[in-house]
Design a binder for this molecule. Structure first.
Ligand code: PCD
Length: 787
């Protein structure tokens, strides 16, 4: 890893208002469901009522006879096209429409194409499926039992529900550390199955043009180029005959990374009918079938000295991957980034093993604001540190301070071989404790405890690894994770930046214009950011795992610097001096020693298009392209303090205060960064206190609406108190690190630590999320709930 040139005062991009909001606040965004094409038909998916059942027969004749139905597609239709199964992002296959069995409730069984949405829905009721119910596997802990039914009997030679075993770290060294440690604290914990639940559900409008043979798909995707390549591989269509357009997206959160059966069905529907076909799922379909996140049963052990020096971590995880292994991850790490589970601490040894199993639940395992399992890892280590503090009778903030990596240890090679690029952890923790006035909070807590009131203070520290990723380490289905960028400068000095990543609400049209604006001295208002259309943008793997800033953001800076260098040559011809004699100040090249003699980027852009004579071999125009292969991930970090009041009689938790100090290196747009943090903190409160995708023992999904699966609102959230430290990434051209997921990663542990701290007088050492009133009340009674 090498340090790159970074501007001396990298800030200055500033709190520019978001350019995209001009259309959003007027209700003028264009989402997939806003796309209407002439002659467009509508699709609807028939879903399985069973979690596990054999399909005996499917009778579609009555549906076919519906006057407004144009086509009914089943697994059999797809099998004829060799499309009944599709690859997942984890080298598994997933049924597009079930042929042999259904393997989770809500699985796709048939697709109806009709003249309108209502008729398509009505016709679903006319399809007669004869199922033979099979016993389901719902609890991951039962999946590997001798007599467990085999869910994936479609896979040749499969005799159990085992998917993979993965480990990282040094098992022997870790065992040694544990064997001689003075103190070992252990805890089982569950990171429950949750759902990203973006406000906009998933959908697609597919249009196969029979004349040109070109397929255009408007779709809710966070990764248009990756989708195009996968469609090309699966359907055997050449890539130039496929155009994926991802218009405005109403939230992604990892829910829109993968390809869902409904998308494929819309495409097949269009091929079969010769008309454009729209499919948009409803809320229940989204919650039941379109991915899940987490679902990790974790056993953690932490070894330490009596005075609180942390020595080692040993972790076993049972990962519930549902019926198909569809986890989105850079494939060289089967359990995602669980490799950074050692967190932010200076340990002697660590080891982690993860076993993945199939269950009769929806597939997914998406990186819901978690950069591929970092959220689980952070929660685990931050809970364990609190459990250790509990056992040692130490203050959890003090215990953390004692063990945090020190600034002089960076770049730091973790015990699992990752290189943390930069960090100053003690400063961030101190800032958070100061902002919260930690000593005063503890004093207040002591007083309240005397009065029998339960107040809790939760501290959490996290390190993330975001910006996947270096080609030598990472790929998705063999596709390397470098991002392209193209920058064109018009004659008048306005510019257009084309990106491979895709915004879902993060404000890329603003921040990426700011990056280029800062590098070239062109106003961000004069820079148009184009994204989300494979015909208009260079190849790249999309937006998730907070990778846009680390990868595409770097690409944008690099491509702007290329333009700046071209401008230098043109300026030298204009000024008739050697390019070496020119110096740059934001927006213009001037002759060294003669500040007056210079040309602005706008003048240079015009000259680049004129008849100016350029040096031999130099082409006109300032346009440039680049492909950025990041040398390393970026490692944002943060320190959070949460204050809760708990009513032990009702189990009600009120999050009274939440202090978040985040370090994402240089902030391009501090206002947007704060917005990202606010959103992530709300997510964290939701997961910690109210969310779980629950199932009954027959595999019935119990969270199919927002009445059951609760989203946190402003009522449950305090007024966030934010702080920041700025430790630039040494390898990123502008020193920025990702921020999009930080708060979701760090906050659940802070909230849970706070609630458990509040329950300390009841002897509570741990309680699993979600800490609903029932769970809190039970924990206080000494009978914690197990999900
Ligand atoms: N930034 C700045 N500065 C810095 C960083 C950053 O300014 N330093 C900014 C940027 O530019 C952008 C944002 O901020 O705008 C973010 O970024 P990032 O971190 O790079 O990230 P991205 O890539 O862009 O994005 C992604 C993320 C994720 S991942 C998620 S989940 C979520 C977040 O993002 N999602 C969302 N956030 C958000 N927001 C919104 N609004 N929406 C959405 O959907 Mo995954 O993996 O997918 O699960």
């Amino acid at each position: 890893m090498t340090a790159v040139e970074q501007p001396e005062t990298p800030l200055g991009h500033g709190n520019m208002r978001r350019k995209e909001d001009a259309r959003f606040i007027r209700g003028r965004g264009t989402y997939v469901d806003d796309v209407t094409l002439p002659g467009m038909l509508h699709g609807a998916v028939l879903r399985s009522p069973y979690a596990h059942a054999r399909i005996v027969s499917i009778d579609t004749s009555a549906a076919q006879a519906h006057p407004k139905v144009r086509a009914v597609i089943t697994g059999e239709t797809l099998a004829g096209l060799n499309l009944a199964w599709m690859p997942t992002l984890s080298h598994d296959v997933q049924a597009v429409l079930a042929t042999d069995k259904v393997r989770f409730q809500g699985q796709e069984v048939a697709f109806v194409v009709a003249e309108d949405r209502y008729s398509a829905r009505d016709a679903l009721e006319l399809i007669d499926v004869d199922y033979e119910a099979l016993p389901p596997v719902i609890d991951a802990r039962q999946a590997l039992a001798e007599d467990a039914p085999v869910i994936r009997d479609d896979l040749e030679g499969r005799t159990d529900n085992h998917i993979f075993d993965w480990e990282s770290g040094d098992a022997a060294a870790t065992d040694d550390v544990f064997a001689s440690a003075e103190v070992v604290a252990a805890q089982d914990m569950l990171y429950p199955r949750v759902h990203p639940a973006p406000l906009e559900t998933c959908g697609a409008v597919a249009d196969m043009d029979a004349v040109t043979g070109k397929l255009t798909v408007w779709t809710t995707t966070q990764a248009p180029h990756a989708h195009r390549t996968i469609y090309a591989l699966v359907a055997g269509l050449p890539e130039h005959k496929i155009r994926i357009i991802s218009p405005d997206i109403g939230g992604g959160f990892g829910n829109k990374v993968g390809i869902y059966p409904g998308y494929v069905c819309a495409v097949v529907g269009s091929i079969v009918t010769g008309k454009p076909v729209k499919w948009v799922e409803d809320r229940s379909e989204n919650l039941m079938s379109t991915s899940f996140a987490r679902d990790y049963h974790m056993h953690g052990e932490i070894a330490a000295t009596k005075d609180g020096r942390i020595l080692g971590l040993r972790v076993n995880v049972l990962a519930d991957h549902g019926a198909f292994n569809g986890t989105a991850q850079p494939t060289k790490f089967p359990a995602g980034f669980f490799g950074v589970f050692t967190g932010s601490y200076d340990l002697e040894a660590a080891h982690c093993s993860v076993t993945g199993v199939y269950t009769n639940k929806a597939p997914g395992g998406v990186a819901y604001a978690c950069s591929f399992r970092i959220t689980e890892a952070v929660y685990l280590v931050e809970r364990l540190v609190d459990v250790l503090a509990f056992d040692l009778g130490m203050d959890p903030a003090e215990l953390r301070m004692k063990n945090l990596l020190r600034p002089e240890q960076f770049p730091y090679r973790s015990k699992t071989g990752w290189e943390y690029d930069s960090g100053d952890y003690p400063t961030a923790l101190r800032a958070a404790l100061d902002l919260a006035d930690y000593p005063a909070l503890r004093a207040e807590q002591a007083l309240k405890r005397e009065r029998g009131e339960q107040m809790g203070i939760g501290v959490a520290f996290f390190t993330e690894a975001v910006g996947a990723g270096p080609r030598k380490h990472m790929d998705i289905l063999g596709l390397g994770m470098a991002d392209g960028a193209e920058l064109r400068v018009h004659p008048t000095g306005k510019a257009v930046l084309r990106l491979s990543c895709q915004t879902q609400g993060q404000g890329h049209e603003t921040t990426f214009a700011q990056i280029v604006g800062e590098e070239l001295g062109i106003s961000p208002d004069d820079i148009d950011v184009v994204h989300g259309d494979t015909d208009q943008t260079p190849f790249g793997l999309g937006t998730y795992g907070s990778r846009s800033t680390p990868v595409s953001g770097a690409a944008a800076a690099v491509v702007a610097r290329k333009v700046r260098e071209r401008a230098r040559i043109v300026a030298s011809a204009m000024l008739e001096v050697s390019a070496d004699d020119l110096e740059w100040e934001k927006g213009r090249w001037f002759v060294r020693g003669d500040v007056e003699a210079g040309r602005t980027i706008q003048e240079i852009a015009l000259a680049a298009h004129s008849d100016l004579e350029l040096p031999e071999g130099v082409e006109g125009h300032l346009d440039a392209t680049c492909v950025y292969n990041p040398p390393n991930l970026t490692y944002p970090f943060g320190a959070y303090v949460c204050v809760v009041d708990v009513d032990a009689d009702t189990g009600q938790v009120t999050v009274r205060r939440f202090v978040a100090v985040d370090d994402c290196g240089v902030r391009i747009n501090p206002m947007i960064v704060e917005g990202q943090v606010h959103g992530g903190l709300a997510d964290g409160v939701g997961m910690a206190l109210m969310q779980v995708m629950a199932f009954d023992e027959d595999g019935n999904h119990l969270g199919g609406s927002f009445m059951d699966y609760l989203l946190p609102t402003s009522m449950e959230c305090p007024s966030w108190e934010l702080g920041e430290t700025v430790t630039p990434s040494p390898h990123h051209p502008i020193g920025a690190k990702g921020i999009g997921e930080s708060a979701t990663v760090g906050s659940p542990a802070a909230v849970v630590n706070a609630v458990v701290d509040a329950l300390r007088p009841f002897g509570v050492r741990h309680a699993d999320m979600p800490l609903t009133p029932a769970a809190v009340w039970s924990a206080a009674q000494g009978t914690p709930l197990r999900t």
